[in-house]
Design a protein around this ligand. Structure first.
Ligand code: ADP
Ligand code: ZN
Ligand code: MG
Length: 493
């Protein structure tokens, strides 16, 4: 191996993320405009405050602060007694005030952590800070992109939507780890009820990446501050998904390795992730902090969160709940993981498990219900108002009123497809388990109609009994219990 090749192999990948997540609040962070923007016409969810008109004052949304505190608790962060807001000054057409209200020297969450699992290994990722800020508006380049468009439209509906910017320590050692982190972060945020991953633009990621000589990495895996500062890094912007982050970073690892192999320096710069081409391109505009002229936001008082923080509770988080499900309900790892995939699924499972056998409940919720929902590209949230119907279906099976097979293959599917309740489906499909008398009558009929099969059975041909069971099942429309039919036939013959 050449000296250069050895050097290549000895480079350690170092990544740190800056993640913007949209907080789920009904109204914007500094005004009363609705955040329900899905079908809104441009510039209809605006007011003097979020349009930045002279004299309009911001009023902080309590719900946004509460969400921020919940996030802080979930990532085990320090939440200071007091926190405050700053103005970050820059000019851009989507920013009508010419500054963004954000946090600077006293963010609401400091020094937290989140544990991830990657290929069976546990890794703790440090979170330097998470701060509350407002989103700017959005630009729409008519008929093309920023370079080719004839003109650009601006929509201020998004202006003032609450965001948390979560800044990690440079603790990732591979693109794959960032993907695991993003999935975990989203899971936690959704559990807290402060985030909706299905919302457009609810997650935006900037990824910082550098390569550090292997000999600078301590045995524990730690890397000194001086080494980190000395490493030339690129910041990749415009990433909007977990998969995108992994792909963009894998591209950067290769690009930086190749540059080094050719003896070129890595330039410290901002790059843009071009999702459709699968490459990063240089934007050459790494702003410096001093360019923003941060100064305290005088229109908002210091925010005292100390007492308030104590009164804000967070629910049991996914990891802990998974463990508890395994212990309390005796579930295997796979079932426990499926049943805690979202808070709603977990809540529903516990609700069912409190009334029925936890194992039966697990099969119904994890396999049958989630399986059928998945097949229809639905989530449990889509049938939120109909969970009582699902409970009733499980009850019908539990009480032996219908067979599990019919419940699963006919009733549940019909319920989801045509929105009918389970009793109505059982009725219309005639699935109620036939009572013993009717089964006995069908047995008599089958015996009368099939003398040859009867003779075969009497001659000791056990296969013939299966034929007779089939005949009886046919006569009862499949609703009889095949075991019971078998038993009745044997008693008769
Ligand atoms: P800046 O001065 O550019 O704001 P910060 O120290 O605040 O730099 O870090 C910004 C982001 O860059 C953080 O997510 C951090 O983890 C990451 N980062 C810092 N050093 C490195 C490095 N050597 N390689 C990759 N990412 C890094
Ligand atoms: Zn507004
Ligand atoms: Mg910084």
């Amino acid at each position: 191996m050449t000296a250069q090749a050895t050097q290549q192999r000895d480079l350690t990948v170092v990544i740190g993320l800056e993640v913007h997540v949209q907080l789920e609040t009904d109204t914007k962070v500094f005004c009363g405009c609705s955040t329900d923007l899905a079908d809104a016409d441009p510039n209809t969810h605006t007011c003097p405050t979020c349009l930045g008109l002279p004299g309009a004052l911001p009023v902080l949304n309590e719900a946004a602060v509460e969400s921020a505190v919940k996030l802080g608790k979930a990532i085990d962060a320090e939440i200071p007694q007091q926190t405050r807001f700053h103005r970050k000054n820059y000019y851009y057409p989507d920013l009508p005030k010419d500054f963004q209200i954000t946090q600077y020297d006293a963010p609401i969450c400091q020094d937290g952590r989140l544990e991830i699992g990657v290929e069976g290994e546990r890794r703790e990722i440090g979170i330097e800070r998470a701060h509350l800020e407002e989103d700017p508006g959005s630009l729409q380049h008519a008929g093309g992109n920023i370079e080719t468009a004839e003109h650009t439209l601006v929509n201020y509906n998004r202006a003032g939507v609450p965001l948390m910017e979560i800044v990690t320590e440079p603790d990732f050692r591979s693109p794959k780890e960032t993907r695991a982190f993003l999935a975990k972060l989203e899971e936690v945020l959704e559990y807290l009820g402060v985030f909706d991953s299905t919302r457009d633009g609810s997650l935006r990621i900037d990824a910082n990446i550098s390569l550090v000589p292997g000999e600078e990495v301590e045995e524990s895996g730690a890397i000194g501050a001086a080494t980190l500062a000395a490493a030339n890094r690129t910041e990749v912007k415009n990433i909007s998904s977990h998969k995108g982050a992994e792909k963009a970073l894998a591209y950067e690892v290769t690009r930086q390795r190749n540059a080094r192999r050719r003896g070129r320096e890595i330039e410290q710069e901002t790059r843009h992730w071009d999702e459709s081409r699968g490459i990063t391109v240089s934007m050459r505009s790494k702003e410096d902090e001093k360019d923003y002229r941060y100064f305290p936001e005088a229109d908002l008082p210091v925010l005292k969160v100390a007492d308030w923080t104590e009164s804000i509770d967070i629910p049991e988080l996914p990891e802990a709940r998974r463990e508890r499900f395994r212990e309390e309900y005796g579930l295997d790892a796979e079932a426990a993981s499926k049943l805690t995939s979202t808070k709603q699924v977990a809540d529903f499972y516990e609700d069912v498990a409190s009334d029925f056998d936890p194992g039966l409940a697990a099969t119904w919720v994890a396999d049958d219900l989630l399986g059928e929902l998945n097949y229809r590209d639905m989530r449990i949230a889509d049938i939120e108002g109909r969970l009582d119907d699902v409970r009733r279906l499980i009850e019908l099976v539990d009480e032996g009123l219908i067979t599990a097979k019919n419940a699963r293959e006919v009733v549940l599917r019909e319920m989801l497809d045509s929105r009918t309740d389970p009793d109505a489906v059982v009725e219309s499909e005639g699935l109620g388990k036939t009572d013993d008398e009717a089964v006995a009558a069908a047995v008599e009929e089958a015996i009368e109609e099939n003398p040859e099969a009867v003779a075969d059975v009497e001659a000791g041909d056990d296969g013939a009994i299966n034929f007779l069971v089939g005949q009886v099942m046919g006569k009862t429309g499949g609703s009889a219990d095949p075991g019971r039919v078998n038993q009745l036939l044997r008693e008769r013959l």
